[in-house]
Design a protein around this ligand. Structure first.
Ligand code: ATP
Ligand code: MG
Length: 455
């Protein structure tokens, strides 16, 4: 039997018959006042042009929960080209998933066309999915609103808000799952994870963010399917990793990723080092860095991917540098080559664009310089463009007990006081740190394991 033909004509489980339920105004908390004015503008303009227009996805989910949405996603029956014709300020983006971005200054309203699952009887099924893995390569088969609902990832992400009559449409039991705090994959979880392994990361991100439980049938396959993440293009993984760790719930996300055995497919070297160090010396730097990141997001402070990746890869770097130093490599050279190796190995899984990997490496390598404060060293370090990030990283290391508090405190004070006092601080350093060239060289050679990892 030709199974691909069979699949084409018999809709899979994901295309199950759905009974739409409309939740009328007043029976849910969404009102126009809670919606971005620009999103309302987009909904209205599409409507005026004769197209369907609804809010969908995370914004409806978050509004239903009484939370402020991160952004507003609009869905319509207009094709991408037609959307562009309606808005002067629209740009079409994406290949795998083509949609329009409507720009209003800094706010972007994402407008997508109703789509069907390419598996559910679509004409170009074979082109759009990889026959062997079942992975979706493209997701541009347009469809009806019902079809659009069942091809979404989780029931709570498939609610539609109609701004005209203030009703919420629910095709897949999303409202009930929202009420009960449950994340449930729409359709057969194994098939849906196979189509797009990133959905496993998404379910974890939402579980962490919303504090929801993952329904057992949606949770169970994750333990066995994590390796599919290795097939996801590294550039997409980079985007996902930022969403995982920069959304304000990094600590919970990290714990869930490890619980479900997914972290090792994102950061294999880090996973190894976590296992290695856990006996006796629990690793505290990374959890602390993630906790700090969450606190910054909560305070609306900027977060930096370079710093995040510096923390995520710090343990493998420290280990690799320590090994080199133990073999007699000069300290700075050891850190440099360890940094190259760790980065190269990580890039196989996740792209780290150069604009982040360069500063990441600087944050790392500057760590070797904090101990040398005599002469002009401290002054020079203070003027380094990456000083602030490197100092923040030093604080993390001191907090984790791998660098002395005294050193971290010295640098905290050094920044706070005026220049005259700074010089006095340098002059007051112990004789061993004074700028005596010969002495310093001897010291460096006689203590090659200065920065070796503490076991
Ligand atoms: P966030 O709060 O992070 O924006 P979100 O649910 O809006 O969460 P988006 O990535 O903005 O997430 O996606 C918008 C909607 O598109 C989702 O709610 C979901 O319905 C659908 N979607 C996104 N990614 C996928 C995917 N990989 N598979 C199926 N549906 C998806
Ligand atoms: Mg969204």
């Amino acid at each position: 039997m030709n199974w691909s033909l069979f699949k084409r004509f018999i809709p899979g489980k994901t295309a199950a018959v759905v009974t739409p339920v409309a939740i009328p105004r007043g029976q849910h908390p969404i009102t126009h006042a809670l919606i971005s004015a620009n999103a309302l503008k987009v909904l209205h303009r599409l409507r005026e042009a004769g197209y369907a227009s609804l809010l969908v996805g995370g914004c409806v989910r978050d509004l239903m929960l009484g939370r402020e949405p991160k952004d507003f996603d609009v869905v319509t029956d207009a094709r991408p080209e037609q959307i562009r014709a309606v808005f002067r300020n629209a740009r079409l983006i994406g290949r795998r998933f083509r949609l329009a971005h409507v720009h209003f200054g800094r706010e972007i309203i994402e407008v997508a066309t109703f789509r069907a699952s390419p598996r559910a009887g679509a004409i170009d099924t074979d082109e759009a999915t990889d026959a062997e893995s079942g992975r979706l390569l493209r997701d541009n088969v347009f469809g009806s609103q019902e079809e659009d609902a069942v091809r979404r990832d989780f029931t709570v992400n498939a609610l539609y808000y109609n701004y005209r009559d203030d009703s919420v449409m629910d095709y897949v039991g999303g409202a009930r799952d929202l009420k009960q705090g449950i994340l449930r994959v729409i359709g057969d979880p194994v098939e849906r994870y196979r189509e797009d392994p990133v959905r496993m990361l998404r379910v974890i991100r939402f579980a962490a963010k919303l504090g929801f439980r993952i329904e057992p049938a949606s949770a169970a396959p994750i333990h066995e399917m994590g390796m599919l993440l290795l097939e996801v293009p590294p550039a997409r993984m980079f985007e996902e990793v930022l969403k995982l760790f920069h959304s304000g719930y990094a600590v919970a996300t990290f714990e869930l990723l490890r619980h479900y055995g997914l972290f090792k497919f994102l950061f294999p070297l880090t996973e190894d080092s976590l296992g290695r160090e856990q006996e006796g010396f629990p690793i505290t730097l990374l959890p602390q860095a993630l906790a700090n990141t969450d606190a910054r997001v909560a305070d609306d402070k900027p977060v930096n991917p370079a710093f995040l990746f510096a923390a995520l890869l710090w343990e493998p770097l420290r280990f690799a540098a320590g090994q080199r130093i133990a073999k007699g490599q000069p300290e700075y050279q050891a850190w440099q080559s360890a940094a190259e190796d760790v980065l190269r190995s990580q890039l196989r899984h996740i792209t780290i664009p150069k604009r982040f990997s360069f500063p990441m490496r600087e944050i790392w390598l500057l760590q070797t310089k904090f101990a040398r404060r005599s002469g002009k060293h401290a002054w020079r370090l203070l003027e380094h463009p990456r000083f602030r990030a490197a100092y923040d990283f030093l604080l993390l290391r001191a907090h984790a007990g791998e660098e002395s508090r005294e050193l971290a405190d010295w640098w905290t004070r050094f920044q706070a006081v005026d220049p005259a006092e700074r010089q006095a601080m340098i002059d007051a350093l112990a004789p061993s740190e004074r700028p005596e060239r010969k002495r310093r060289r001897r010291r460096r050679r006689s203590r090659p394991a200065d920065h070796a990892p503490q076991q």
